[in-house]
Design a protein around this ligand. Structure first.
Ligand SMILES: *Cc1c(COP(=O)(O)O)cnc(C)c1O
Length: 427
């Protein structure tokens, strides 16, 4: 890029902005509108139906039809959130009191909420240090006679190593629920994530690739009608609504996690944009990796072998053996260059959060943790702990320009060069 060449030369450009030098970023990051006339049209149609109830209206149904077509699945169920989608999938998978469910320690709270609401016990497997996803070997090492399922998180648009994980699941007869909230259109060996395990869970909260304000979907990959009906019922109080039938005699406990017609309407329009959003993000993330590869002290966000990543965000990790600054200093210096970034992702692995440290999901109770007496100690997942201490997270947006990505790379290069211990810094 012409611009980054210009910046590579001359002392003025090499002095960090945080030390009074010239900022790398001269133009504003690209932005744009996520919602337009398409969403308005669908919303007006939804209101004109004179009902906003999913079972009576046509919008949630049309939304799911479109989603099923994109994903090549026969059945999916709409929910009120991604958290709800995961809880519904756990219910459909038969997860109950005292079961163990293996999942990732670097994720949104929504991954574990449903596990605990089923009074099952979250068990954390360690991650690959560069893809930030669970390794099959670590999952295998966590299996006990209580293990019933794996919730695989495809973090930040990056598919997990599904061959290995599915093999472990098959060996031990475990259900596999894919948490795809951050990974729309990501593929593993040509297959869309969310279609590989038993259930695939998605979120349409306002921060995801596509938004309906809040919302979620669960794919039912068995393609069995009974499985579909069971899953569907768990999102709707375990009432059974099919065609004109309505059975209100729940056999098991289930919440109301229904999606409304307003969400479905916005979702229809959003799905039309999904492919282009994911293409743009995939391209931007991959070009950032190409541009920062080989910078001493900077480990790019590695895409899983055989995978396509759709970058919900980009996360690099720093090598403290090569750089003289702390992670926080690096992020501050990068931010001063005008590059959007944050030091780390979640502050600590999920199991080090107060709920798990105090083993108190329900006030005044240690249930379900006291079923097995499990404790969640520091050091449980060393790779995950290391990642969160050394990570610098950069936003990726479909609205970013190629110049934005070039500037991000130039900023990272400049800051890394300044703090390089080996003195490769240009002066
Ligand atoms: C966003 C997210 C969820 C939860 O989705 P909500 O719609 O916010 O409930 C679950 N898992 C992951 C990995 C997420 O990023």
């Amino acid at each position: 890029m012409v611009i980054s060449e210009k910046r590579g030369i001359g002392m003025e450009y090499d002095k960090l902005a945080i030390l009074g030098g010239t900022r790398i970023k001269e133009t504003a990051f690209g932005t744009g509108s996520r919602f337009g006339e398409e969403e308005v049209k669908e919303l007006v149609e939804a209101l004109n139906q004179n009902t906003l109830f999913y079972h009576f209206g046509g919008k949630v149904k049309q939304f799911l039809d479109k989603f099923n077509e994109i994903y090549g699945v026969k059945y999916s169920v709409a929910t009120s959130s991604g958290t709800a989608a995961i809880h519904v999938a756990l219910c459909a998978a038969g997860i109950s009191v005292g079961d163990e469910v293996i999942t990732s320690p670097i994720t949104d709270a929504g991954t574990v909420i449903g596990i605990l609401y089923q009074n099952a016990i979250p068990i954390f497997a360690d991650l690959d240090p560069h893809t930030y996803n669970m390794t099959a070997a670590s999952v295998k090492s966590r299996i006990t006679p209580r293990t019933k399922a794996i919730v695989v998180v495809h973090l930040a648009g990056n598919p997990a190593d599904m061959d290995g994980i599915m093999e472990v699941a098959r060996e031990h007869g475990l259900k596999v629920i894919e948490d795809c909230a951050q990974s729309y259109m990501a593929t593993y060996k040509g297959r869309l994530v969310g279609t590989i395990g038993d259930y695939g869970c998605f979120s349409t909260n306002d921060f995801k690739h596509i938004s309906t304000g809040d919302g979620g979907m669960v794919t039912v990959n068995s393609a069995s009608e009974a499985d579909y009906q069971r899953t569907h019922a768990f999102a709707d109080k375990n009432y059974s609504r099919f065609g004109s039938q309505l059975h209100r005699e729940p056999h098991l406990l289930a919440p109301n996690y229904r999606m409304t017609e307003l969400q479905g309407a916005v979702g229809i329009a959003q799905l039309s944009k999904l492919a282009s959003i994911c293409d743009a993000r995939g391209r931007h993330g991959d070009s950032l990796t190409a541009a920062v590869s080989g910078i001493p002290g900077v480990e790019p966000h590695q895409v899983t072998a055989g995978g396509r990543c759709t970058y919900w965000f980009y996360m690099l990790t720093l090598d403290p053996a090569v750089l003289s600054c702390t992670r926080d200093e690096f992020a501050q210096a990068l931010e001063a260059e005008g590059i959007l970034c944050s030091a780390g992702y979640i502050p600590q692995p999920v199991y080090l959060q107060p709920l798990f440290q105090r083993r108190e999901a329900y006030v005044g109770s240690h249930f379900p943790f006291d079923i097995t007496g499990i404790t969640y100690d520091e050091g449980l997942c060393p790779a995950a702990e290391h990642i969160l201490k050394q990570a610098v997270k950069l936003p990726i947006s479909e609205f970013f320009t190629d110049q934005d990505i070039a500037d991000m790379a130039a900023g990272i290069r400049k800051v890394a060069a300044h703090y390089s211990k080996s003195g490769s810094r240009v002066v």
